[in-house]
Design a protein around this ligand. Structure first.
Ligand SMILES: [Ca+2]
Ligand SMILES: [Ca+2]
Length: 662
């Protein structure tokens, strides 16, 4: 297990400064120990299924159980995490007998578990199943509720009224039937709303994007992408992941392949906005990338544009109440028969092409890019070429648009403008790739080989999506807003303090992969640890079995769930302080703080008493401290401050007492 705090050892000395900081101060500096205010590994649950055995999890505070999608076996595994260091499986709910051939997502709220499933025919409509927290299907809805094609994410609205699914509607190919792209070949993308305010969930309202069919050009112009050959906008959009405004009035849904975010007006049950995201300019300082798989980690500026193509999305709240969304800009490319104009219904044609294979040799600028980073994959489709043309295997590009931006971005979403460009307020730039290079050199930009089960070579994914940030989750704890990013192509999690959402601060990184392990032959014992994080869940302290915030990460390649704690290092003050002054001593006694921080420990206590002759101090670990005082007159007044200091030295809280000498 690798675990890295956010600052180098040289800064450790600064932690002493915290002793004189104001009460309850949170200081960004941290010692390099496993005691900082960051992500601390608590435990792991192993599905035993390996790849696909644990893609996403939902936590129920009432039962302290997690519900884990096991798409390898078409079941939900119910796991007790009352002791997060030793998760134990309670039971499974297997849905194979219901015609389910894939489980994509799960959510839980107030005792109701919602499960997003697909049938063997991925183009047919999927179903949402509902169960109680013991894994019993809800009577009256045991056959599931039909939603759109391939529900890939399911979520409750914050007010608890709706369960919403994002239905990707992925094509099986772009091959034509009688001259057209049939909706049985490329189904509509959609979102479905199920009102769960009644006792038994009833039918879904499925909302498609037909009203945007005449706006494919506008969406592309505004930085989105509608590019499946012969597909209408309604067919081409692929809703992927949902987040809601805090007031439940709007949902924001990533359209991953389309490089866009759709706004759903929950009141009118309509799509009120599609916002294109544009592309990141990797030639700008601070926004570089490592586009060369040469075994060396080196982030550099290149004349390449990175399409954001986000998967995960979460809502951030500004201190003034402003609503923002944050996206994990994973990147995705299409690979289907007939994509590049072929007619074979079985030969897969891929959008992702090395720049060296599609650059226009008559253009000096792209030729220079090819010389620099020719193996980096890019698209021959829009925005590299005109949207309306038929792209073929011989289509050439003059600008390189690569997949994903290797970053997270914060956006200010619009709600009712029709088609627009999303307003970006912050991007992590090259920070994720730079930090993973620093903290995970051995596993840098690499995932695991799902056939051999072994880790791929470091730097091997640099020509594709690099660290591949795919999931993001936001939660509140200790008066702060936290943001966690899961990186599929790195294996690690990054923690940001996002209390100011327009300027999140990198705070910690953790990676619990084991490079020598194997995700195929070692899957029963999780020899590879946790590989390729996908679903992320944040558990607030008030809902947590430990009393501290938890992050629950589901790992799609290892089929494991990792549980991490963000400890509260902001201790409360020492309690029941007593002081007596006599015989040249001040004797102080007190009880330990009620919430002393990580693992119930504080580094120790510092008592300082001021007298007419100056300040006297004592540092100790005992709840009884004795301070020798110089000879003083009777009835000299001392004012004593007893401070409890957190284990990493930057959380301090104090109690004050006055005492007169006898
Ligand atoms: Ca579709
Ligand atoms: Ca490299």
């Amino acid at each position: 297990m690798k675990r890295i705090s956010r600052f180098p050892k040289a800064i450790a000395a600064i932690s002493l400064v915290a002793l004189v900081l104001p009460m309850s101060m949170y200081n960004q500096a941290s010692a390099e120990t496993q005691t900082g205010m960051g992500l601390h590994y608590l435990g792991r649950w192993n599905s035993g299924s390996g790849v696909g055995g644990a893609e996403t999890s939902a936590y129920d505070p009432a039962t302290q159980r997690i519900f884990v999608t096991n798409s390898a076996t078409s079941q939900i595994d119910i796991v007790d995490i009352a002791n997060p260091s030793k998760p134990k499986k309670v039971k499974s709910l297997n849905l194979a007998s219901k015609g389910v051939a894939g489980i994509q997502s799960v959510a839980v709220r107030d005792g109701l578990v919602a499960i997003a499933t697909s049938a063997a025919d991925k183009q047919s409509n999927g179903k949402i199943f509902f169960a109680d927290t013991n894994g019993t299907l809800i009577a009256g809805a045991t056959s599931g509720i039909e939603v759109g094609s391939l529900p890939t994410h399911v979520s409750f609205s914050p007010d608890g009224r709706y369960v919403m699914s994002a239905n990707e509607g992925k094509p099986s190919s772009y091959c034509l039937t009688a001259g057209t792209l049939s909706t049985s070949t490329d189904p509509y993308g959609s979102v479905s709303l199920i009102d769960v305010s009644g006792s038994v969930p009833s039918a879904a309202t499925t909302i498609n994007f037909e009203s945007y069919n005449d706006r494919a050009g506008a969406i592309t112009f505004q930085g989105g992408r509608i590019f499946g050959p012969n597909a209408t906008t309604a067919q081409d959009v692929e809703p992927k992941f949902i987040t809601f405004s805090a007031d439940s009035k709007y949902a924001y849904v990533t359209l991953q392949e389309n490089n866009a975010i759709a706004t759903v007006d929950m009141t009118s049950k309509s799509i009120s906005e599609i916002s294109g995201l544009g592309a990141k300019d990797h030639s700008v300082a601070g926004k570089g990338l490592d586009a060369i798989a040469n075994g060396t980690a080196a982030v550099a500026n290149q004349n390449v544009k990175g399409m954001y193509l986000p998967d995960g999305i979460a809502t951030l709240k500004g201190s003034d109440g402003t609503n923002y969304v944050v996206t994990a800009n994973e990147g995705v490319s299409r690979s289907y028969p007939c994509l590049l104009g072929g007619t074979s219904t079985t030969a897969v044609e891929s959008e992702a092409q090395p720049i060296s294979g599609i650059y226009d040799a008559t253009d000096s600028a792209i030729t220079a890019v090819k010389t620099a980073v020719g193996a980096l994959t890019a698209t021959p489709f829009a925005p590299a070429t005109a949207r309306a043309i038929q792209v073929t295997a011989s289509t050439k590009i003059k600008t390189a648009y690569s997949f994903g931006s290797r970053s997270i971005s914060v956006w200010s979403p619009a709600n009712v403008d029709g088609v627009d460009t999303m307003n970006q307020v912050w991007d992590s730039g090259d920070q994720l790739e730079t930090k993973t290079a620093q903290f995970n050199a051995a596993g840098y930009n690499s995932d695991w080989n799902t056939t051999s089960g072994a880790a791929n070579a470091s730097d091997s994914r640099s020509t594709q999506k690099g660290p591949e940030p795919a999931g993001v989750v936001v939660g509140n704890a200790y008066g702060m807003q936290w943001l966690v990013v899961g990186m599929k192509g790195d294996g690690g999690l990054a923690l940001y303090d996002a209390s100011n959402p327009v300027a999140p601060v990198f705070t910690d990184y953790i990676n619990t992969s084991i490079r020598a392990g194997n995700i195929v032959t070692g899957k029963a014992t999780a020899t590879a640890g946790d590989v390729s994080p996908k679903g992320l869940e944040f558990v607030a302290p008030e809902d947590s079995p430990t009393g501290s915030a938890l992050v629950i990460a589901s790992y799609e390649q290892s089929g494991t769930v990792g549980i991490y704690e963000i400890p509260n290092l902001l201790p409360s003050a020492p309690r029941s302080v007593k002081a007596t002054a006599s015989k040249g001593k001040i004797a102080l006694s007190f009880k330990a703080p009620a919430s002393p921080g990580w693992k119930g420990a504080v580094t120790g206590y510092k008592a300082s008493c001021t007298s007419p002759k100056g300040k006297l101090s004592k540092i100790g670990t005992s709840t009884k401290l004795s301070i020798t005082v110089p000879a003083t007159k009777r009835n000299t007044s001392f004012k004593c401050t007893i401070s409890a200091t957190s284990v990493d030295g930057y959380g301090v809280k104090s109690a004050v007492i006055s005492v007169n000498s006898k």
